[in-house]
Design a protein. Sequence first.
Length: 205
Amino acid sequence: MHVQEEMTKTRTIHPKILYFGTPVVLLTTLQEDGTSNITPMSSAWALGNRIILGLGEGGQGLVNLRRHKECVVNIPSPDLWPQVEVLAPLTGANPVPAHKKGVFRYEKDKFAASGLSAIPSHRVAPSRIAECPLQIEASVVNLRVTGEDTRFAIIETEAVLIHAHERIIIDDTHIDPLKWSPLIYNFRHYFGLGEQRGKTFRAEV
């Protein structure tokens, strides 16, 4: 009984972030010059054919979505964590917004910077990322801003076309869960569905 009580004992805590283990998304959006920007993010979830995205105000991905309501939700596998981390301190906004200065730097071509490959989408304008095993072309159906001290956009998108690497599928309607593992962002550390793969530059532990 004593052991069980020790295992279930809790206390009130005050974490700076609540990324309690969610898939990483590399969101591609359309820049004004027609090129594609990559936004690494970890606030996304799906319900039916809708994918809900959460983006902070001031990021270039959100600027792009407000202007052009299409995107690709590219979902990387765990082995792509080094490329994701290369993207983490980069911004497509020029000049760099005041709240990002000193932490982020401007990069026009994030594909070249990260070593990822842009390939054309079929139904939306932003490019897909070839290395990501899942690539979901989507359109924005609703966007609203919430928050007080920190402002966030909650973006509802609708999947219009889904691409998957052949090695992770069973057939045209099923992903093989034994062959597919998403990259997980767990309190600013990277995991697959097994051992840890690395950690982000902003990790504090």
